[in-house]
Ligand binder design. Structure first.
Ligand SMILES: CCCCCCC[C@H](O)CC(=O)SCCNC(=O)CCNC(=O)[C@H](O)C(C)(C)COP(=O)([O-])OP(=O)([O-])OC[C@H]1O[C@@H](n2cnc3c(N)ncnc32)[C@H](O)[C@@H]1OP(=O)([O-])[O-]
Ligand SMILES: NC(=O)c1ccc[n+]([C@@H]2O[C@H](COP(=O)([O-])OP(=O)(O)OC[C@H]3O[C@@H](n4cnc5c(N)ncnc54)[C@H](O)[C@@H]3O)[C@@H](O)[C@H]2O)c1
Length: 321
């Protein structure tokens, strides 16, 4: 019996189903063959990977070629970990899985050109409403009519992002979790204008990439972050009051509440810049809610360029890979 921390492959049945999800195609792939992921950072690279490892053509777009090269490298490393687990006794199959998946990945710094042939565009760029709106406005003018647009935003209203396009019926939120290749959940956010066809298509697509979907209205933080963000901010406030150390708070939540990571480890893992954007956006929009008040420690660390694991330091220090 294979057991992971996330309970991903608990039984032979689940292992078989995971393998099926990874390797075989299904009916949706007939509809969504070409995926474009905009933003090749932490999330974009993971989203691109799960599509590619399920046989879909994926183009990753970023402003910076160096980010794209790093994304390709991290996809390769992650696929190797998965291949090792899936085909532990068969190095030929493992190698084929790796090379087939990598062959589905293309890199681009030209978003307008990349979306030319797309069926689905998933945006995973910086958590700023005006930047996301500007991007979608540009893409809306050049993408094929049938192309569905999705945002992976953690906290921004999908309806406000979709406002910048003339395809609100073909617009959804697709909220993935970090690390995307491991986390099974995909939140699908429907705005009132989202058509049934679009909704059904992305629900099927979620299944085709091995995710368990849940649906949520366009409400702040959707399901997971509406509960997770106040918890993480409360952890920082606990630290700021001097009630306990970050290390002890993390240990307490792992051993006392069964979380795989404590709140500070998770903040560093998510990225402190992204976390700051989320809480600032909510504080501005809902100033009366004490749960959404910004925390000085987060602002200070971001000002110092300590963005978490990705920069080698956040609440903790990390060895550069
Ligand atoms: C203001 C507040 C801000 C809130 C922000 C919200 C952000 C956002 O919107 C929502 C989120 O994402 S919220 C965030 C939601 N996320 C969370 O809450 C994450 C919580 N953390 C975890 O679930 C675990 O600590 C990890 C999975 C990260 C690492 O697990 P670990 O046990 O400590 O370490 P391990 O032993 O190394 O790995 C274990 C297994 O996973 C496998 N593997 C790992 N990475 C892989 C990859 N990239 N590729 C492939 N495989 C990968 C690995 O092979 C291994 O498999 P095996 O079969 O056991 O050999
Ligand atoms: N980090 C997480 O754990 C997490 C989880 C779920 C959702 N999200 C959301 O996903 C999105 C991306 O987060 P991330 O953590 O991957 O960020 P990141 O900083 O790792 O990556 C963002 C990437 O987008 C690129 N980018 C910025 N503007 C761009 C543009 N106009 N065109 C093309 N590329 C552009 C940047 O160069 C960068 O590489 C955010 O909306 C975030 O809220 C993050």
């Amino acid at each position: 019996m294979a057991v992971t921390r996330m309970g991903l492959l608990r039984t032979p049945y689940m292992m078989a189903s995971f393998r099926r999800n990874l390797i075989t195609s299904n009916s949706t792939q007939m509809a969504i063959k070409n995926v474009v992921v905009i933003g090749g950072g932490l999330m974009g690279s993971g989203i691109a990977q799960v599509a590619a490892q399920n046989g879909q053509n994926v183009t990753i777009v970023d402003l910076d070629q160096k980010v794209l090269d790093k994304a390709k490298n991290s996809i390769n490393i992650s696929l190797q970990r998965i291949a090792k687990k899936l085909f532990k006794d068969d190095s030929v199959k493992a190698e084929k899985f790796l090379s087939d998946s990598m062959a589905h990945v293309t890199l681009s710094t030209n978003p307008e050109q990349a979306v030319n042939q797309s069926d689905l565009v998933v945006e995973a760029i910086v958590e700023k409403l005006n930047i996301k709106q500007k991007l979608f406005q540009t893409l809306d003018a050049v993408a094929p009519t049938h192309t569905v647009f999705a945002s992976n935003t953690s906290s921004l209203p999908i309806g406000e992002i979709a406002q910048s396009t003339n395809r609100k019926d073909r617009f959804v939120g697709l909220h993935f979790f970090n690390p995307v290749p491991v986390m099974k959940l995909l939140e699908v956010i429907r705005i009132p204008e989202t058509s049934d066809d679009t909704y059904n298509l992305v629900m099927e697509w979620g299944k085709s990439i091995g995710k368990q979907t849940v649906t949520c209205k366009d409400t702040p933080g959707f399901i997971v972050n509406r509960l997770l963000v106040p918890y993480m901010m409360e952890a920082v406030r606990l630290l700021e009051r001097g009630d306990a150390t970050a290390r002890d708070i993390d240990t307490a939540m792992k051993l006392g509440a069964g979380y795989p990571m404590g709140p500070f480890e998770l903040l560093d893992y998510v990225g402190l810049d992204t976390s700051k954007f989320i809480i600032e956006g909510w504080a501005e929009k809902f100033p009366e809610n004490p749960l959404f008040k910004p925390v000085p420690t987060l602002n200070r660390l971001v000002e110092e360029g300590k963005l978490g694991m990705k920069t080698g330091e956040g609440f903790y220090k990390y060895q550069k890979k």
